[in-house]
Design a protein around this ligand. Structure first.
Ligand SMILES: Nc1ncnc2c1ncn2[C@@H]1O[C@H](COP(=O)(O)OP(=O)(O)OP(=O)(O)O)[C@@H](O)[C@H]1O
Length: 471
């Protein structure tokens, strides 16, 4: 009885603190239950909505808050942070966070940022960037197809890695510095380059790209710097401008820079330093005002060591370095990306929107995505176009998904069979076991080194070894 009374008192006290916090925070906060019904709303939000709190409570969130997606977050279970939502004609910065109990989504919290000077400024800043970027995007979409959505809004992902990366890229965009973007193939290097361009001072100028690996060595110089009339046999009358001049006032995207021959690297460095080019066959220096964004999937530091990439150029480029991690290191982005592309591609192909069976999503989550987001887009495209049923089941997935469920899992056909039939929990344990064994193999059984490799504390590794019966 006494214990029960104490527990009730403590519960009441916690509730009181919760309500106080709810009212003193700068943001508007709304809480919905698993059915999307509003169970909490702070005064700040109610004031902003221009209604009494009592009138909002116990109503479905879609009836109360314009353009809300909290009910969608309940379905996807994936947080949506730093989103713009138009409420009563105002563009507001919002977060939508699902609440879990075990594996079940039991509700969601919505936060809208509208008070506090800093937040206001940040919000205005972001809105301004989005407005600029969205104009550019509209123009680009009119000119081309929707392939070239160019803003940070098109960069999907709420993992901490992705949020940090977007913040860094936004900061980078505000400078005029040369940028290096690295990452495996298909991780979104070009997408980031285009987003940086759109959000930058060069955003009003052109975005010109050149793939350094695709142009034969003897043509690369004239492609980049242009040529004068009569520079070589077959040169056009009047000469030709190169990519640098074409990108004047905008951004030049040098893709696959790691494949640029050493001699060209030296010339590129000179242009970056002089901010002027000389056309092939010419002598006149032509000033260029632009930003260069270079990208490569290669490890330039390693190439420098091997003498295959100029150290001075590498140092110059790596001052602003955006490193995009492979998708397998930011797995929490997978569900968001899958849903985003399911929606987008269904709209584009004018097909009915389908749903993914939970197990299907689990398998997509566990797959290692060696081709990164490009591969994910291709897989989703096939599913959206080919599968006719309303729900996409695990059997609809291409076989190769089963063949590479976890890194280093290829040797185990048994694992593949069992993964088709066992629960998520079992499969997670199985994957964890394989990953830990792989790390131990790599470090010759050295547990401290293995823990470092896995990015976990060694005590966590010891615990996991024990739980998995490996110690
Ligand atoms: N974060 C992301 N959100 C949404 N789509 C993405 C994201 N990253 C990449 N994509 C999509 O994946 C595909 C590949 O991206 P992109 O061409 O930018 O990759 P890349 O790293 O430049 O590849 P490569 O090195 O092969 O040139 C594109 O369709 C792009 O729109």
């Amino acid at each position: 009885m006494v214990i029960g009374g104490g527990a009730t008192a403590m519960k009441q006290e916690i509730e009181r603190i919760f309500r106080t916090v709810l009212e003193i925070v700068y943001e508007g906060i709304v809480v919905v239950d698993a059915n999307g019904m509003i169970v909490e709303l702070n005064d700040a939000y109610a004031r902003f909505l221009g209604m009494r709190k009592e009138d909002a409570l116990h109503r479905h969130v879609t009836e109360v808050i314009q353009n809300t997606r909290l009910h969608e977050v309940l379905k996807t279970g994936v947080a949506e942070k730093d989103q713009i939502q138009i409420i009563h004609g105002h563009e507001m910065l919002v977060h939508r966070i699902p609440m879990y109990k075990g594996d079940d989504v039991i509700g969601a919290v919505g936060m809208v940022m509208f008070q506090g000077v800093n937040e206001q400024y940040q919000m205005m800043d972001r809105i301004h960037q989005l407005a600029v970027a969205s104009n550019r995007q509209k123009n680009a979409m009119q000119k081309t197809s929707d392939e070239f959505i160019q803003t940070f809004d098109a960069v999907i992902g709420h993992s901490s890695e992705m949020i940090a990366l977007k913040k860094l890229a936004l900061r980078v965009a505000r400078t005029a510095m040369t940028v290096l973007i690295t990452g495996e193939s298909g991780t979104g290097k070009e997408l980031f380059a285009r987003a940086i361009h759109s959000a930058s001072l060069f955003g009003k100028g052109p975005f010109v790209d050149i793939n350094c690996a695709a142009i034969p060595e003897n043509l690369l110089e004239s492609e980049l710097f242009g040529y004068e009339e009569g520079a070589f046999t077959g040169a056009k009358r009047g000469g030709k401008i190169g990519k640098f001049e074409a990108a004047h006032t905008g951004t030049l995207f040098l893709d696959e820079l790691g494949d640029m021959p050493l001699a060209m690297q030296a010339k590129l460095l000179r242009v970056l330093e002089d901010r002027a080019i000389v056309r092939v066959g010419g002598i006149e220096k032509r000033p260029v005002n632009l930003r260069v964004i270079a990208a490569t999937h290669r490890n330039l530091a390693e190439m420098v060591e091997k003498g295959k990439f100029r150290e001075d150029l590498y140092f110059r480029l790596s001052m602003m370095h955006v490193q995009i991690p492979p998708l397998r290191y930011r797995k929490t982005d997978i569900p968001t990306l899958v849903h985003y592309y399911m929606d987008r591609l269904s709209t584009r192909f004018h097909v009915r929107k389908k749903r993914l069976h939970d197990r299907t999503l689990q398998l997509l989550y566990e797959y290692t995505w060696p081709g990164n987001i490009r591969e994910l887009v291709n897989v989703v495209e096939v599913l959206v176009e080919i599968i006719e049923a309303d729900i996409i089941t695990p059997d609809d997935l291409p076989d190769f998904i089963y063949e590479r469920l976890t890194q280093g899992d290829r040797d185990s056909s048994l694992a593949i069979k069992t993964t088709k039939s066992c629960s998520l929990k079992e499969r997670v344990v199985h994957s964890e076991r394989e990953i830990i064994l792989g790390a131990l193999k790599q470090t010759g059984g050295n547990k401290v080194a293995a823990a470092r490799l896995l990015g976990i504390h060694r005590s966590t590794l010891y615990l996991k070894l024990k739980q998995l019966g490996l110690s």
